[in-house]
Design a protein around this ligand. Structure first.
Ligand SMILES: Cc1ncc(COP(=O)(O)O)c(C=O)c1O
Length: 413
């Protein structure tokens, strides 16, 4: 029996845990000889496909030169190349790149930057505004700014207080008026949002227009706007960044998952010059006090540099557009089947809800759906009664049709 304690896994249910030996494109190969279609990009990380030859070659090449070096006061070429590449690809207003190693850590960094900005500029604002149903990670800070519920109920005593705006309904007036009131009355430090799509909260979508209006309200009240594009970035919603669709440039941008094409753990928090300038001083107490041992690991940075090069010189956007069209058509077809509700698609993300007496993450349908998909050799991991498909951009039509058929069978069941 394995000694491993797996994440988000209730071992008491005794569910089988397949052993994956290798992968390519949208396919995983297990030790017992099964070929499994990865319908969720291995937790939303794999963008171009597993074991992408250019990314793997860059990793191999880097292992010949430099494995790891302290990043406090030292640098290396792969990190410099990533920073230059990000400056070329991302909005020009985001002039500074701070490395970390996961989606959670780049959000923690964003929150610390926001509070650091307000501490060092003397405004001393510290409240954070968050959106209902958000998910930003599983560290203490990121749980604090996420939806309070089953994921973190046991740890509630450790979490700090935040102000919550409701998830937008219709034209978003409920959200916008709550945000305006909080900005006006409480002088918060920052708003943090998942732009356009709330992922772990149930693949909930809201419009670019609402996103733009939220950013405008923050700007008008000197409230920093933090975009957590850990899930939505790198093309997931159809554009490189989801914020792009709203014409919004955040003050602070969080990127992880697809930063290395999903091959290595690496993250960045990009900040405007004003945020950086607030920390820039001969006064050492204003240093940005954040680090982890493997900050900007050279091998992970080499993978990120290769990912950025792929974005710069391959037709990634065209691949995304083609997949997005197929995803939208699939959602529409699935939505017509008995038992399905609320079909939706945003870029390369498609989702439906399964009508169930008990909705939400702990819906009893969840484990049944999971077992159905596992048996059918398709990696899908429903969020309770919400089935979503979020594949690598290289998923071909045959495998896409297979995913649709397997979901159709689940609904028929
Ligand atoms: C929007 C968002 N932010 C942050 C995170 C946390 O990322 P990680 O799991 O790499 O810590 C996730 C993970 O799914 C996410 O979806």
């Amino acid at each position: 029996m394995s000694a491993i304690w797996h994440p988000f896994t209730q071992h008491g249910l005794g569910e089988p845990i397949p052993l994956v030996e290798r992968a390519e494109g949208a396919t995983l190969h297990t030790a017992d000889g099964r070929r499994v279609i990865d319908g969720i990009s291995s937790w939303w990380v794999t963008t171009h496909g597993h074991n992408h030859p250019r990314i793997m070659a860059a990793i191999r090449d880097q292992t010949e030169r430099l494995d790891q070096v302290i990043f406090a006061g030292w640098t290396h070429q792969p990190a410099e190349t990533v920073a230059q590449g990000l400056r070329a690809l991302m909005p020009p207003e985001l002039t500074r790149v701070f490395f970390s190693d996961s989606g959670s850590t780049c959000v923690e960094v964003a929150l610390k930057m926001a509070l650091g900005f307000h501490a060092h500029t003397g405004t001393r604002r510290s409240n954070i505004i968050v959106m209902e149903h958000s998910y930003h990670g599983d560290t203490i800070g990121t749980m604090s700014v996420g939806e309070r519920g089953v994921f973190n109920a046991a740890y509630a005593p450790m979490l700090f207080d935040v102000d919550t705006i409701p998830f937008p309904i219709a034209d978003g007036d409920n959200t916008l008026s709550a945000l305006t009131a909080l900005c006006r009355d409480t002088h918060p430090a920052a708003l943090i949002v998942e732009p356009l799509v709330l992922g772990a909260g149930g693949m909930l979508f809201y419009s670019a227009d609402i996103l733009r209006q939220m950013a405008d309200i923050c700007r008008a009240h000197d409230v920093l706007f933090i975009a957590d594009e850990v899930m939505t970035g790198w093309g997931r919603t159809g554009t490189l960044l989801a914020c792009e669709q709203a014409g919004v440039v955040p003050d602070i941008l969080c990127l992880a998952k697809g930063l290395t094409g999903g091959s290595m753990p690496l993250a960045v928090t990009m900040a405007s010059e004003a945020i950086y300038a607030a920390h820039l001083s001969t006064d050492r107490t204003k240093t940005f006090f954040h680090s982890s041992s493997f900050t900007a690991n050279p091998i992970a940075c080499a993978a990120a540099a290769a990912n950025i090069a792929i974005w710069q010189d391959e037709p990634v956007r065209a691949r995304i557009a083609a997949l997005a069209a197929r995803q939208a058509a699939m959602a529409e077809r699935l939505g017509t089947l008995p038992g399905a509700a609320n079909p939706r698609a945003c870029g390369t993300i498609a989702a439906i809800d399964v009508i169930a007496p008990d909705g939400g993450y702990l819906s009893r349908l969840g484990p049944r759906l999971l077992a159905h998909f596992r048996q059918a050799d398709v990696l899908l991991r429903p969020l309770g009664n919400t089935i979503y498909v979020l594949p690598p951009y290289c998923l071909d039509e045959t495998d896409h049709a297979r995913i649709e058929a397997v979901i159709g069978n689940a609904l028929a069941d």
